[in-house]
Design a protein. Structure first.
Length: 252
């Protein structure tokens, strides 16, 4: 007797579409994904994607929420523990650990996507698509605000604009590293295969991030120095270059 064909349940079909879209997103970003690639990788037709998600934009939002919702819940829960336990003794290091440790732990889970989890995060936070950016900035605005205010409390000497500037560049640099996709290999090499050394990884990471966040603000002399450097780099005439060089010498 011929065997009956196996039919996927709606839930299984939805999961296959999400898995396929996530893999394509990690490998090339949102703009490089096509509905044809997604349906081919998932083994479904376009009608199934439209039925479950309605559009490519809604599909990528579901992909992001599936991974980032649990992450941000864990981040806020850990920050709650630190704040309730430490009160005014909360430090910048505690806030950084609450932000990063849940991601490190999720990357070591037993799900099929755990191995590429950090790569996914890097892609999510660096993808230039307005669809991705707008979703993260709006959907997680409360979490972003919660961590920003926690950093403000632990770094009271920084104004709001300077803190935002430093966080943007520090987090952007880290996301860029994660987006490279070789973070898991680098961690294994750094810990010599002893991947459970969370404290070792976090201490090295925090030392760089804290240094960036706590660096002294430039004084007026440094501003004058960099004004001179910018002027020198702008194609000034030879006579003007001599004047700028003299200014640099006197400022140093």
């Amino acid at each position: 007797m011929p065997q009956a064909s196996t039919r996927l349940s709606p839930a299984d079909t939805k999961t296959r579409i999400l898995d396929a879209a996530e893999t394509l997103f990690v490998s090339g970003g949102f703009e490089s994904m096509s509905m044809r690639q997604i349906t081919g990788a998932a083994g479904v037709n376009l009608a199934a994607v439209n039925y479950h998600f309605g559009s490519k934009d809604a599909l990528i939002q579901a992909v992001l929420a599936r991974q980032l919702d649990p992450l941000n819940e864990s981040r806020v829960a850990m920050l709650d523990v630190f704040e309730n336990s430490l009160g005014d003794k909360l430090t910048c290091e505690h806030v950084l650990v609450a932000m990063f440790l849940p991601a490190v732990r999720m990357s070591r889970g037993d799900s099929p996507s755990s191995e590429r989890y950090l790569h996914f995060l890097g892609r999510a936070y660096t993808d230039p698509s307005p669809v991705v950016r707008d979703f993260i900035n709006s959907h997680y605005i409360q979490t972003l605000g919660r961590f920003f205010f926690a950093f403000q409390r632990t770094l009271p000497d920084l104004g709001r604009e300077d803190l935002g500037f430093r966080l943007n560049f520090a987090m952007g640099a880290l996301s860029g590293v994660l987006a490279g996709g070789n973070t898991q290999r680098l961690i294994r090499e750094f810990t010599q295969g002893q991947g459970d050394h969370e404290a070792m990884i976090l201490s090295r990471l925090a030392s760089l991030m804290v240094a960036a966040l706590k660096a002294p603000l430039p004084d007026p002399t440094q501003n004058t120095l960099f004004d001179s450097i910018v002027l020198l780099s702008g194609g000034a005439s030879p006579a003007a270059s001599v004047d700028v060089a003299a200014a640099l010498a006197s400022a140093s």
